[in-house]
Design a protein around this ligand. Structure first.
Ligand SMILES: CC(=O)N[C@H]1[C@@H](OP(=O)(O)OP(=O)(O)OC[C@H]2O[C@@H](n3ccc(=O)[nH]c3=O)[C@H](O)[C@@H]2O)O[C@H](CO)[C@@H](O)[C@@H]1O[C@H](C)C(=O)N[C@@H](C)C(=O)N[C@H](CCC(=O)O)C(=O)O
Ligand SMILES: Nc1ncnc2c1ncn2[C@@H]1O[C@H](COP(=O)(O)OP(=O)(O)OP(=O)(O)O)[C@@H](O)[C@H]1O
Length: 514
């Protein structure tokens, strides 16, 4: 059966059974629903509109619009004053509409997660890389895999993967994509599960079988306010395991044993734990004989399931950790260790993660998505080991995102690079000059001098051009923060942008054309 927004309808009555505390205020239980939307601009004829009290606007104010557009029903939150509405709109009241949106989406798409083994990956850094490595590992073991995450939405056999706008989209999109994966006969769905997605109930009805925790450092405190709340949001992925139905593979909690929050994650579930790590004594899946190269890594996986040699095409020790996370998840669901090791080696890497830009220049240019202090620090440490000259970084910090990143990025660049250029990175509604100056101040407080050790160049193209022009034989220029992204956001406008393209264009101006 193929489910699509317009190819089937479901009677409202069956939704009522799945919504705890729901009350039909008016309308017919038999009303056929042809789509579920939380955005009035998409809610057309036959739709069920879910009104959400947002951070900026109240979705309830759009109820008259959706009724006029032909919506047949709406979910509203208890206690909200409702505007006068035509009788044609059936109304269901629920205690909270964000979780109800997730329930309604899962209901409408027929609970696709129940037809798939769902592996959720959470953590501050490494989710996307781990999910790509895991895709390769499971595919090498003969499975069909779907994946949903920052860089793309991946379905087997589909050329030109759909590019994702958000890492964890809204529940309607999550469930629609899971349905596509189930209909494409995927065995596994890998779902990058962000703290925002978990906290805002976008993932409430995903039916996880495996939860993977990569690491946690302080981030997103603009949204979560405290580290504890941020950690709790991630822990929801683990408590979700106990609620999901058993699909025969058991429930597995895969954690980075080197991270101090590993046991906290495990304390939220009864699922079978599997720990990976490089340092922790209690790690079950470990890497031995690690050889780091500028363009890859070799190591041996040692697990309760046996041993296997891995030749990873991704550089850096943190990618060994990502590979261990992926291997552990694959082993947890029963994949063969030798196939897993082969699959890890086949993974070509992730666009915009440690991506080399080659135009015949006598120095290295690397584009990387590191946009937290911790990630910038780790990237610089990795590159330092292979750098024969100066390590130059171009980096910024996004507006309307955790301001703590400005400190982290400024410090990491000050301590890890020989020269830094601080620049714009999605300022959104914030003053770009102010953000750049703030990062510069943190570099200064780490003892670095403006002009001698770092520059503040707001214009990102000019910043990249300046870094490339100053680079000499043996140097490495790392352009961090935007990775694979194809736009940069000023105000509310997303302007086309690609660090990799801009680097190539600026290298061409210097006479390097590959
Ligand atoms: C902070 C945050 O996550 N905000 C999310 C939240 O927005 P909000 O509550 O402000 O929504 P709002 O604009 O007030 O609108 C309220 C409701 O009215 C509806 N509406 C609005 C306008 C209209 O004309 N008609 C209408 O019906 C909206 O569709 C919504 O249902 O709910 C919206 C609807 O689900 C999300 O789109 C929005 O994500 C915004 C776009 C966002 O940028 N989120 C980022 C921070 C995010 O979630 N990022 C993480 C990755 C983080 C990381 O690891 O780096 C991610 O998973 O992608
Ligand atoms: N295990 C890790 N520990 C620390 N840093 C990492 C790790 N893995 C990757 N990184 C760094 O973080 C950047 C982003 O990696 P990746 O996209 O895999 O993480 P993510 O968690 O998916 O990030 P986001 O949620 O922002 O998309 C990489 O470019 C790299 O610099």
């Amino acid at each position: 059966m193929t489910h699509d927004a317009i190819s089937h309808t479901r009677p409202l009555r069956s939704l009522l059974d799945e919504l705890p505390g729901a009350r039909l205020l008016r309308g017919e239980p038999a009303t056929p629903v042809a789509a579920v939307h939380h955005d009035s601009r998409l809610a057309g004829p036959g739709s069920l509109f879910v009104a959400i009290q947002g951070f900026t606007v109240d979705g309830h104010q759009f109820l008259p619009d959706v009724a006029a557009a032909g919506a047949v029903a709406a979910l509203v939150e208890r206690g909200h004053e409702l505007p006068p509405l035509p009788e044609s709109l059936a109304l269901i009241e629920v205690p909270a509409t964000r979780p109800a949106l997730s329930a309604a989406a899962a209901w409408f798409y027929g609970h696709p997660g129940r037809e798939l083994v769902v592996i959720g990956i959470t953590g501050t850094d490494g989710k996307t890389t781990t999910s790509h490595l895991l895709t390769s590992a499971l595919e090498a073991a003969g499975a069909r895999v779907g994946r949903l995450g920052t860089v793309d939405v991946y379905l087997p056999g589909e050329t030109g993967h759909v590019t994702a706008r958000m890492t964890t989209p809204e529940a309607t999109e999550v469930q629609r994509l899971l349905r596509r994966m189930a209909d494409a006969h995927c065995d596994y769905a890998i779902v990058e599960s962000t703290s925002h997605g978990l906290a805002l109930h976008r993932l409430d009805h995903v039916d996880y079988d495996v939860a993977v925790f990569t690491n946690i450092t302080s981030d997103h405190l603009d949204f979560h306010k405290t580290f504890e709340a941020y950690r709790d949001a991630k822990a929801r992925l683990f408590s979700a395991l106990d609620r999901a139905i058993d699909k025969g593979v058991g429930k597995h909690a895969v954690v980075n044993a080197d991270d101090p929050s590993a046991n906290y994650m495990l304390s939220h579930t009864r699922a079978e734990p599997l720990r990976f790590g490089l340092e922790a004594r209690d790690a079950d899946v470990v890497a031995r004989n690690i050889i780091l190269r500028p363009d890859g890594t070799n190591f041996r996986i040692v697990a309760p399931h046996g041993m296997a040699e891995v030749s990873l095409r991704l550089p850096a020790l943190f990618n060994v950790m990502n590979a261990l996370a992926a291997a552990s998840a694959a082993l947890a669901v029963g994949a063969d260790l030798q196939a897993v090791a082969r699959g890890l080696g086949e993974c070509p890497g992730v666009p915009g993660r440690m991506e080399r830009i080659e135009a015949g220049q006598p120095f290295e240019v690397i584009v990387d998505y590191a946009h937290t202090g911790d990630a910038v620090r780790k990237v610089l440490e990795v590159l330092r080991d292979v750098c024969q000259g100066r390590l130059i970084i171009v980096v910024g910090a996004a507006g309307e995102r955790d301001p703590g990143r400005r400190f982290g990025v400024g410090r990491a660049a000050a301590e890890g690079a020989d020269f830094a250029i601080f620049t714009n990175e999605d300022p959104r509604s914030e003053d770009p000059a102010q953000i750049v100056r703030e990062i510069g101040r943190h570099a200064e407080s780490a003892g670095r001098k403006r002009g001698t050790d770092f520059l503040e160049i707001e214009d990102r193209r000019e910043a990249i051009a300046t870094a490339l022009a100053m680079a000499r034989y043996g140097d490495i220029v790392v352009i961090a923060g935007k990775g694979h992204e194809k736009s940069i956001v000023y105000g509310t406008e997303a302007i086309p942008w690609d660090d990799r393209e801009v680097a190539r264009e600026e290298l061409a101006k210097l006479g390097y054309r590959g």
